[in-house]
Design a protein around this ligand. Structure first.
Ligand SMILES: Cc1cc2nc3c(=O)[nH]c(=O)nc-3n(C[C@H](O)[C@H](O)[C@H](O)COP(=O)(O)OP(=O)(O)OC[C@H]3O[C@@H](n4cnc5c(N)ncnc54)[C@H](O)[C@@H]3O)c2cc1C
Length: 384
């Protein structure tokens, strides 16, 4: 894939759609629009999509079933989840009869997805920052300075703190967790691939600490409300990493990859489109408020966005983006928002430990199984 140079596009470039952000949401939306025959310019401030990764990359079964992700960049299937109380003793073990998760090797996965986008006709400009809207054009700043781009529509795929949302006067994420993790290669061993989850509000206030060991890679991470980490996010990760379950201390090398970033958990935002454009992925708040999983939602919402934009570009109707309505999608998140509020209330290790006698009962195990292995995915908007 040869990235476009924005300056080769001319002083004022023109395109049907400018997509800001080449995470999975932006890449998928751009590819679908190009396949519909539209001109698409996709920009990202990162100079390489293989760097500054902000996700663990756990893909759930529904996503693996419904989207053609490159199998060579997915880790071994995971069927086993262990849920630990704060003292890490007697974890609750849940084993599914089906393959439930696979962890993406995200650097090559993003690169391969970008190559698919380019093959569909998307012009990709990396090292190019979206710097705002001015006099009906969009300002982009590349390595050699600024350029103005005129586009019929702009897509904000620029993550949880979206500048496009701000410029289009759309809703913005205010309810966020922050997460951080360490990633490293593993020498391989005989344990079955396992997702270890620790419920301890001193390590992960309002969420979970995790270890994923799929036999090829380890991910050790924590996430929670930024203002509730007793000693800060970094220290929580350091403390967890020193005693993380599911790994031998010899497994952890000196040098590890570090990832992190904000996670919107307030549910899909209400106003995610206007006459000039729309939001997808984290920018639209499309993340499960309970599990904080955003990869399935971003792919599904991108399909809806591309269908609505295709319709708008073909018909030229001024109200063509209005069916892209977050309020209608949000209504289907009520249950998950209630469970998020409940998880946010677990404020002490004693409260977390108190949940475990219930989790060990058949009813508790069934409820945990429904959350962890359920068939629910991001609600797919009705196809028109
Ligand atoms: C630590 C962590 C672990 C996670 N783990 C999982 C997981 O295992 N499974 C899961 O389902 N979800 C997970 N999530 C959530 C999931 O990663 C996100 O919901 C998903 O990646 C969102 O994709 P996106 O394309 O919307 O945004 P992003 O992947 O964040 O992409 C946004 C892009 O926009 C670019 N950008 C931003 N501003 C500008 C600008 N002004 N100009 C140009 N470019 C710009 C950024 O460089 C970035 O490439 C995790 C999140 C975090 C933080």
């Amino acid at each position: 894939m040869k990235p476009a140079d924005i300056h080769s596009l001319g002083a004022t470039a023109r395109t049907d759609v400018l997509v800001v952000g080449a995470g999975l949401a932006g890449l998928h939306t751009a590819t679908l629009l190009a396949r519909h025959g539209h001109e698409v310019l996709l920009v990202d401030r990162r100079t390489s999509l293989a760097g500054a990764i902000r996700t663990t990359g756990i893909f759930v079964r529904k996503t693996l079933d419904d989207f053609p992700l490159p199998p060579e960049h997915l880790g071994p299937p995971i069927r086993r989840v262990l849920l630990y109380p704060p003292d890490l003793r007697r974890p609750v073990s849940l084993v599914s009869a089906r393959d439930e998760y696979r962890v993406g090797d995200m650097a090559p996965l993003y690169t391969a997805t970008a190559a698919t986008a380019a093959a569909a006709g998307v012009r990709i400009a990396l090292g190019t920052r979206y710097a705002g809207r001015q006099d009906g054009t969009f300002r982009l700043v590349g390595r050699d300075g600024p350029t103005a781009v005129s586009a019929r529509f702009v897509v904000g795929a620029d993550g949880a703190r979206s500048s496009v949302a701000r410029d289009l006067a759309l809703d913005r994420n205010h309810h966020l967790l922050v997460g951080a993790e360490e990633v490293f290669d593993l020498p391989g061993h005989d344990e079955p691939p396992t997702f270890h989850c620790v419920l301890d509000p001193t390590l992960a206030p309002g969420y979970l600490a995790w270890v994923i060991n799929d036999g090829e890679h380890a991910h050790v991470g924590v996430a929670g409300y930024a203002d509730r980490f007793p000693e800060g996010l970094r220290q929580a990760l350091r403390r967890f990493s020193a005693s993380a379950p599911g790994l031998a201390s010899a497994d952890r090398p000196e040098a590890v990859e570090r990832r992190g970033g904000p996670i919107p958990v307030g549910g899909v935002l209400r106003r995610i489109s206007c006459a000039d454009g729309l939001l997808v992925g984290d920018a639209a708040g499309a993340v499960s408020p309970l599990t904080a999983g955003g990869l399935d939602p971003c792919l599904r919402l991108s399909e809806f966005a591309a269908a609505v934009l295709d319709d708008a570009l073909r018909t030229g109707r001024p109200d063509a983006l209005s069916p892209y309505d977050g309020a209608a999608l949000r209504a289907r998140f009520r249950g998950r928002l209630t469970l998020r509020r409940a998880l946010a209330q677990v404020r002490t290790p004693a409260m977390a430990a108190a949940a475990f006698p219930l989790l060990r009962t058949p009813l508790g195990r069934a409820a945990a199984g429904r959350v962890l292995f359920g068939d629910k995915s991001f609600p797919t908007p009705a196809r028109r």
